[in-house]
Design a protein around this ligand. Structure first.
Ligand code: SIN
Length: 466
């Protein structure tokens, strides 16, 4: 029997569309087709692959407005953010269309007169991706564009909350001339995709963006077939404001990083750690700016904060807020909700909590919502200790105009991505990824295509002496 999944607008609970789930047999057929297509795609020359990616990027740009609207309807983010995400998604396709032409090998100076030592780069094979609901366009192109550029074929399983953006992107890729079996989408539950992808001997690489517990499961189950994995997992970003920081800039950039996508990003600041001499002033200013952020349906152009994705997300965030208040946190902004369980929408007014302490859940669990807990520190070493006291190591931010303070912080924070006086750190041409339990490998930049390449070393001997 065909299973149908309803895609609902998280701002209204209305059904946006219905999607048929693939059966396991259909998914296995797609895996086989992707494997067969790899035999040809890997031989399609780099300039041709680059040209096809370029055409894909042009089509996505041309359809920006309709893709942004679909994204807002299925994800809830404000239209301005959806448009920004389409641009962000396109920037990955553009960057890797160029990188396709730069997959150089090298000749290594030899230790012997009769040997030539050669290193060449080769696509890893068929890649399977599991992508998240929070950035349904950019997380897909951040994986697919480098994979296709490298000569890999690609199957993506989008989140069941937000499959429509991905389906549209894949249609446009086919329209651009990328063969259907080279880039495929499957519709199924995460657990089924995880099992079929990791068990398959035809798939050589798994790339995943999502939670740390699911990432660990995928890593474990990829071990039997020794698959390469790239994992973009959870984060719990600290944001440190040093004594000498420009407070206006720190407040403005905290808003940028904390409330993007209603706080539902892996790199959102989760713990605001401010020097004790300025903490009250910073908190007051942050609260005043936060109160100006308009909450509502993302289709309304004036909305800045959309709903959170679903009831589970809402409950987790409210549990953290309640726990913090019970343990002494002071609500300076927000702390209120607009919820309809029957219709199925959940809005959380952007919230600033002062006097956060180490015993609160919010200081140790990823929040994934529009809540900014503020704590204070008296010495830089204390700030670093609080910041690093987590199994996560994705993004960290700090604000200081003192070069020595900045250098000490950047050298001692155990994070893969650091923003110094900067709350908007992501871009197609830089490496994105985390240390510790925030993941394995990097996406974006030159590192992002290396993840889809194998290295072959050839030692050529007697050829040169006979
Ligand atoms: C994420 O939250 O997973 C991605 C955010 C980004 O690329 O900036």
């Amino acid at each position: 029997m065909t299973e149908i999944v309803q895609v609902k607008n998280p701002a209204t609970g209305e059904v946006v569309d219905e999607i048929k789930r693939d059966t396991e047999a259909q998914i296995n057929e797609k895996i086989e087709a992707g494997y067969t297509a790899f035999q040809t795609w890997k031989k399609t020359n780099a300039h041709k692959r680059s040209e096809l990616l370029g055409k894909w990027s042009s089509l996505v740009r041309e359809h920006k407005e309709s893709i942004a609207e679909v994204m807002t309807k299925e994800n809830g983010k404000p239209l301005a953010e959806s448009r920004g995400e389409v641009d962000y998604a396109v920037s990955y396709i553009d960057w890797y269309a160029e990188e396709a032409k730069r997959l150089y090998g090298r000749i290594i100076p030899s230790h012997a007169d009769d040997k030539q030592l050669e290193v060449t780069k080769h696509p890893v094979g068929l890649v399977a991706a599991i992508t998240p609901w929070n950035f349904p366009a950019a997380m897909m192109t951040r994986k697919a564009a480098p994979a296709l550029a490298a000569g890999c074929t690609f199957i993506v399983k989008p989140a069941e909350e937000t499959p429509l953006t991905t389906i549209r992107l894949v249609e446009l890729a086919h329209e651009a001339g990328i063969p259907e079996d080279v880039l495929q989408v499957v519709s199924t539950r995460g657990s089924i995709a995880g099992r079929l992808f990791t068990e398959s001997k035809l798939i050589n690489k798994i790339t995943f963006t999502g939670s740390t517990p699911i990432g660990k499961t995928l890593i474990k189950s990829s071990a039997d077939t020794v698959k390469s994995v790239t994992m973009e997992l959870g984060g719990h970003a600290p944001l440190i404001v040093a004594e000498d920081a420009n407070i206006d800039l720190a407040v403005q950039q905290t808003i940028v990083t904390k409330f993007r996508n209603a706080g539902q990003t892996c790199v959102c600041a989760n713990r605001i750690i401010v020097h004790e001499s300025i903490v009250d002033r910073f908190a007051e200013q942050l609260a005043a700016e936060t109160k100006k952020l308009k909450v509502g349906n993302g289709l309304d152009e004036s909305t800045v904060i959309g709903p959170v994705i679903n009831k589970g997300a809402y409950e987790k965030i409210v549990e953290q807020i309640d726990d913090a208040i019970a343990k002494g946190a002071k609500v300076l902004a927000g702390g209120s909700y607009d919820v309809d369980d029957e219709k199925g929408y959940y809005f959380i007014h952007p919230t600033v909590l002062a006097k956060a302490t180490d015993d609160m859940l919010i200081m140790h669990e990823e929040t994934f919502g529009p809540v900014a807990p503020i704590t204070s520190f008296s010495s830089l070493d204390e700030a670093i200790k609080i910041a690093n006291d987590t199994p996560y190591g994705l993004a960290a931010y700090f604000f200081t105009n003192d070069y020595r303070t900045g250098t000490y912080l950047k050298d001692n924070l155990d994070y893969g991505i650091i923003g110094w006086n900067d709350g908007a750190v992501s871009a197609a041409h830089v490496p994105f990824g985390g240390m510790k339990e925030s993941g394995l490998g990097r996406e974006g930049g030159m590192e992002g295509i290396e993840a889809y390449l194998e290295t072959k070393y050839v030692s050529i001997g007697s050829l040169l002496t006979e």
